[in-house]
Each structure stands twice: as structure tokens, then as C-alpha cells.
Write a protein that binds this ligand. Sequence first.
Ligand code: RIB
Ligand code: CA
Length: 302
Amino acid sequence: MRKIIIDTDTATDDAIAIIMALKNNDFDIKAITTIAGNVDLDLATNNALYTCEICEKKIPVYKGESGPLYRKLETSKFFHGKDGLGDTGPYIPKNSAEKENAIDKIIQLINQNPNEIEIIAIGPLTNIAKVFIQDSSVINKIKGLYIMGGIGEGKGNITEHAEFNFWVDPDAADIVLNSNIEIKMIAWDTTQIYGYLDKDNFKDIEEIRTLLSKFSIDIQRRGLEYYKIKYKEHKIDLADPLAMAVMINESGTEYKKCNIRVVLKGEERGKDIIRFSEKGNIKLASKISRSNFLNTLKKSLV
Ligand code: RIB
Ligand code: CA
């Protein structure tokens, strides 16, 4: 079993990625840690707890940072809704978060399981940066770090220059990406090519007819409306589920090695500046199997 930590700003696509992880028999999820991003910290935590409950799994959830390292929090409620789950709730969990802080818990788990813990970060990188700042010795004891973030070789989704997770906390992203740890990064460019759901994909999911398939469609209704108005398309890009599908099964994924700096302020705030190099510590996904993504997603909703 793979020992996993999921760090998330739980909103609609995060919730689907969490379902994929919880339904994967090869994952021993040691902790879900929450970070402010799509929504504020309490809502992200609430949504993570609720998602675990509808999967009938008891996973410890730990609260992390309530905002970026040096900036004010700016959420994406305009897309994910006031509750972060498409405002189709109420989604009220029975359980509560653990008392321990997420940063301390991540450090403890890594030190207790040296070279066995794999982390997937599907929100702003504030918690991960704080872990590295608080105890830099853990950097060399992490088995794997997967990140959903950045524009890769494409354009941004929150500004034309930047992807949301890196835009919310560019300082944290720059610290983590330059912490001399191997990172597998799934960026917004590959999300738009391999990680979207169109009308036919939604129909396939509707035909699964389970609580989880219905939940995963309900929470995306608002996002779909947004795409219809903004892009005149019946589709939605699922960044976090694509990243989770790569972590679950990397077959069909190709990477390009690079180093990345993140622009910290100004009009290009959050932009990942990529320098391709065989010596780079970042493996940027350049090709991802769309069939693997769709099959892994659908299998998790039955
Ligand atoms: O840019 C995509 C990222 O921000 C994903 O993590 C998604 O949750 C969005 O809010
Ligand atoms: Ca997210």
C-alpha cells in the first residue's frame, strides 16, 4: 500500500480527486490536510470531511494555513460557489477536524515513515512551504511529491499569465519548486488537453447512477454554467482529478525535466517561468493518458 497525504483547498474538483484517492485500494491515506484557496480554510475543511463521509471512509483531516504566506487570501468562489461545492448543498459533515495542526502532522508523518510518504498537493502550496521552512530535513525523506499547479506551456486560468494555485500564493510555490526535491507537476495546459469532461463524458457518469456519481455531477453544475457562458462550451476542466489520476496510475504519462521560478508580484504574479533542463528537479507532465484519466475517474464513482 502507498502511504499518502492529500493537501487540498477542497472545492468541486478537489472533492472528485479525493473520491478517486479514497476509492483506490492501493492508497493508505494517512492524512488529508486542508489549505485556504478556492474557499476559506473552514469551508475547505468542511468539504474534505463531507467528501470522506460520502465515501464511507474515516480519514483524519487536519487544518493548515488560513491564507498565503505573505498575501491576503483571494478565493475562487465565483467559480466553485459560496460553499465551494457548487452551492447545491447543504453539505454538512458529522465529523470534525483533528486538533493537531496540518504542518506539524505532515512533518510527524514524514519523520515516522522516512522515504515512504507520497504527497499530492492540489491547492495553493502554503502548507507544503511551511513544512519545508519549519523542518527542512523532511525534504529528503519524502518518497514523492505531486503538484497540481502552474500554466506549464499554456495560458493561465485566473489571469492570462497564471494558474490559480500558484497565483494565490506565488511565494509558497516558488519556495516548494526550488526546494531541491523531485516534483511531478501537472499544470493547467495538460488539464485542458487531457483532463476535461464534455457532454458525452457527463452522460457516461450519469449512467453510473450512484450517490457518488450524482454528487460529482451536482457539484459541477455551477462550473458548467460558467463554462457555457464564458466559453460557450458544454465542458469543464478537472485539474485535480487529472493530477490524482496520474498519481494513481502514471502509465501513459510523459514528462519534461525543468527548473521553475515563480513570478512573485506584478501583472505576471504566479506565472511559472520554465527552463527545460535534464538536470531540472521538476518533471512537468507533457502528455497524459486521457483514457486512463476517464477510466480511473469513472471506476471511482461506482
Ligand atoms: O487552477 C486549478 C486549481 O485551482 C485546482 O486545484 C482547482 O481546485 C482550482 O481551484
Ligand atoms: Ca484545488
